[in-house]
Design a protein around this ligand. Structure first.
Ligand SMILES: [Mg+2]
Length: 367
């Protein structure tokens, strides 16, 4: 089993990873309960892929325009990449998450250099500017994987981070946090992104373990518990006009989502207020508020993410991973799973399902 704890400590001490060192990083996560079932992990991975596929055709459209144009989206739209059939087609979120999983399987754990290389090897659909800059730095400027990550607080690392927890299911150690941080920094080496990657892995891990439905505030508290220790002193500002906030992402998210949970605006109203784009100060409040409101109802959680946010494929991929981890594959509508082509490229239909089967065989049996 690969253990990246020492590598993370080395990068922290050399200032090569933009993140704070904290006691959180040396604490092993709690083990999965007895009679735990890999169905939860399958739900997490499929939730990510269906969220991405439901959102991708209307990515970056403002929610009010989308509603006017498409009505409420609850199923796959006719897709030009699949002869206009109503099927689920992947974008970057699914591609990069499942290429990560493919490398975890091949290497028996996370070797960041292999994952970095994988990201530069294929066409990426709906690619973000940060990943494009990372590829240029790695491929054209000859930077190493430790140097090529960009100082960007975009959501492009958090969206693909979920699979890194899979090799840790059987014997959880603090090396889980190292993998989350190192896998994230490959493309986005930024304190908010790195802290969000570790904090979201913490949230997913706790979803996988839970036997009941959490209270609304649990989602926020669980995220903040990790993110507040790891982000360090930062000065982010939201892009919302006339919003005077300046400081760490975690604090902004905490104050905004805590207020929303108390005041209960609709998810559309709340997400429009935060702008719901690819900037983590927009993505994370939307994700955590949708989970707080609809974490008990996986279909509605994903539907709200797809309809009520602008960067909807990524918000839905992140929300989908979380509700899938909590409710398992059986909690996701079967029509979404049946309609998913399962591609990670332009014509490798079924690849997603193959990788999930392999993950179950290699890393799945717990206890
Ligand atoms: Mg996408």
């Amino acid at each position: 089993m690969i253990d990246n704890t020492a590598l993370l400590q080395e990068l922290l001490s050399q200032g090569q990873i933009a993140m704070a060192n904290a006691p959180f990083l040396s604490k092993a996560p709690a083990p999965m309960p007895a009679h735990w079932n890999f169905d939860r992990v399958e739900g997490m991975l499929l939730g990510l892929a269906v969220g991405d596929a439901l959102g991708y055709p209307t990515e970056a459209v403002l929610p009010s325009d989308r509603l006017e144009r498409s009505g409420e989206i609850r199923d796959y739209c006719p897709n030009p990449h699949a002869n206009f059939r109503r099927v689920g087609v992947c974008s970057d979120d699914t591609q990069m998450a499942f290429w990560t999983l493919q490398n975890l399987l091949a290497d028996g754990g996370l070797l960041p250099q292999h994952v970095a290389e994988e990201f530069t090897r294929h066409p990426i659909f709906g690619i973000g500017s940060t990943v494009r800059d990372f590829i240029r730095a790695y491929k054209n400027e000859g930077k190493t994987w430790e140097q090529a990550g960009q100082p960007s607080a975009g959501n492009g690392a958090v969206m693909r981070i979920a699979p890194v927890l899979i090799p840790h299911l059987r014997r959880p150690t603090a090396a889980l946090w190292a993998d989350a941080a190192l896998a994230g920094m490959i493309t986005h080496n930024d304190p908010a992104s790195n802290a969000c990657c570790v904090a979201f892995i913490h949230l997913l891990w706790e979803c996988l373990r839970r036997q009941d439905i959490p209270e609304p505030m649990w989602w926020l508290d669980t995220f903040t518990e990790a993110a507040s220790q790891l982000e360090g002193r930062t000065e982010y500002a939201p892009r919302i006009p006339d919003h005077s906030y300046q400081g760490p992402l975690w604090k902004f998210v905490d104050q905004e989502v805590r207020r929303a949970i108390t005041e209960q605006p609709s998810t559309l109203e709340a997400c429009e207020g935060w702008h719901s784009g690819a900037y983590l100060l927009e993505t994370m409040p939307c994700v955590l508020y949708i989970l707080a409101r609809y974490g008990h109802d996986p279909e509605e959680a994903v539907v709200r993410a797809v309809n009520d946010t602008k960067d909807n494929d990524t918000v839905a991929a992140i929300v989908g991973a979380a509700v899938g981890a909590l409710h398992g594959k059986a909690g996701l509508p079967s029509r979404w799973i049946e309609g998913l082509l399962g591609r990670t490229g332009s014509d490798d239909d079924g690849r997603v399902f193959d990788l999930i089967d392999q993950a179950r065989r290699v890393f799945g049996e717990v206890g």
